[in-house]
Design a binder for this molecule. Structure first.
Ligand code: ATP
Ligand code: MG
Length: 392
């Protein structure tokens, strides 16, 4: 029945030149979301509106599901297209649409019409009034309510005629590609995929970095992170995932630095390396899944200690969230099942029994000086040997 979708998006802040950038990014993301959906789709912009056309056979549910993952979309309206708006035909098509789309016809409605094609013999007001009358005659249980209708039936006569009344909520946010690029530190946990999702929702393109420590961490642990990046990419678009072999750096820290400081020092090197890649690849900020007080390495002092090594802004979108709230989003985006798979994490392997919870930045710097002879070479090697996987 539906041959098109009218895509409604928030208009705030997209005047003038911004509008094109916003709409073009939105269309690109829509095409990306639809690439694996059965059917041929055409995504176009007409008179300041974005439409998705699906003229042949296609999977309606999958299409709606894909569109509801595209940031920037506020509402998705499935549209019936009438190619011959001659009055008797138009009433028939609209009536058949109501017949099919609403099983229970006990509702109030209002018709709202727009006549963009001024050659059409009825004016907008007439179209609305006459169509209302037709529908009341055809369906006796319907009633008109012009103030608070249950169903607002839109009829738009343009080069084609569009009929729609349903509105499916989109995810909101901004189209990815409209607000710069950020580097996500992606681990195999619950929090960092959610953090990436939230930043992408603001229109930011994501890249990611994962640190592993073979042979202490397995191939399966790495695959899990690739899978998580793919899940986030369903919303964020393709993610360039950098996989860094962190083993030698971890071993050096383990050998030379106080064990209770391991986690924080490790984190500081992760941030430094991620920032370096971000600079090389054109990202402007880092993103982590840190949340205040969640674990020893996320106290205020620990956060300050890891933050201190970064020159770029570090975004922590779940900083004030309880675990339960993060889990809810993780479930909603389909990451939870993967996140809870029990594979070892590179940080947990070298973890100390009693990690410092209030690290002193000066003390960290002193400990790190013990790595002076080796660390530059190790970091260079880690960067040089990185593996890049395009996810999505
Ligand atoms: P997550 O659920 O995101 O793994 P977590 O609760 O396990 O987080 P930590 O292990 O303390 O928390 O990690 C805090 C943040 O540091 C993570 O959210 C992630 O951004 C980053 N991080 C931790 N380990 C890694 C890793 N191996 N590779 C990349 N980033 C990491
Ligand atoms: Mg983790």
């Amino acid at each position: 029945m539906f041959k098109a979708f009218l895509i409604k998006y928030g208009e705030i802040g997209i005047k003038g030149k911004n509008r094109y950038i916003f709409e073009d990014a939105l269309m690109k993301q829509i095409r990306f979301a639809l690439k694996d959906v059965e059917g041929d789709f055409e995504v176009t912009k007409q008179q300041g509106r974005v439409y998705v056309y699906a003229e042949g056979d296609y999977d309606y549910d999958e299409t709606v599901e894909a569109l509801s993952r595209v940031f920037g979309i506020v509402h998705i309206c499935p549209v019936v297209i009438c190619d011959d708006p001659e009055w008797d035909n138009l009433t028939q098509v609209v009536g058949d649409y109501i017949e099919e789309a609403y099983e229970d016809k006990n509702f109030s409605f209002k018709v709202e019409s727009r006549r963009a094609d001024k050659r059409y013999p009825k004016k907008s007001m007439e179209i609305s009034a006459d169509m209302g009358e037709y529908l009341l005659r055809r369906f006796h249980t319907l009633r008109v309510d012009v103030h608070r209708p249950d169903v607002l039936l839109n009829i738009e006569i343009r080069e084609r005629t569009y009929i729609y009344s349903k509105s499916i909520p989109g995810p909101g946010g901004m189209p990815v590609g409209t607000n710069g690029t950020a580097m996500l530190l992606l681990s195999g946990g619950i929090d960092s995929p959610v953090a990436g999702y939230m930043i992408a929702k603001r229109g930011v393109t994501l890249q990611a970095t994962y640190f592993h420590a073979p042979p202490y961490t397995s191939e399966r642990a790495k695959q899990k992170v690739v899978d998580l990046a793919k899940i986030v990419a369903r919303y964020a678009g393709p993610i360039r995932l950098n996989i860094i072999n962190f083993t030698d750096i971890q071993l050096a820290i383990y050998e030379k630095c106080p064990h209770e400081e391991l986690t924080i020092i490790m984190r500081r090197y992760m941030m430094r390396i991620a920032e370096q890649i971000a600079r090389e690849d054109g990202a402007q900020a880092l993103v982590t899944g840190e949340s205040i007080g969640q674990v020893a390495s996320q106290t205020m002092q620990s956060l300050a200690a890891t933050n201190a090594v970064c020159g770029m802004p570090v975004f922590r979108p779940v900083i004030g969230f309880d675990k339960d709230d993060i889990v809810k989003i993780s479930e909603k985006i389909g990451a939870f099942e993967t996140s809870i798979l029990p594979y070892e994490d590179c940080c947990t392997i070298f973890v100390a029994k009693h990690p410092v919870t209030k690290p002193n930045i000066r003390a960290m710097e002193r400990s790190e000086r013990k790595l002076a002879d080796v660390i530059d070479g190790l970091m260079e090697e880690a960067l040089k040997t990185r593996e890049v996987v395009i996810c999505g």
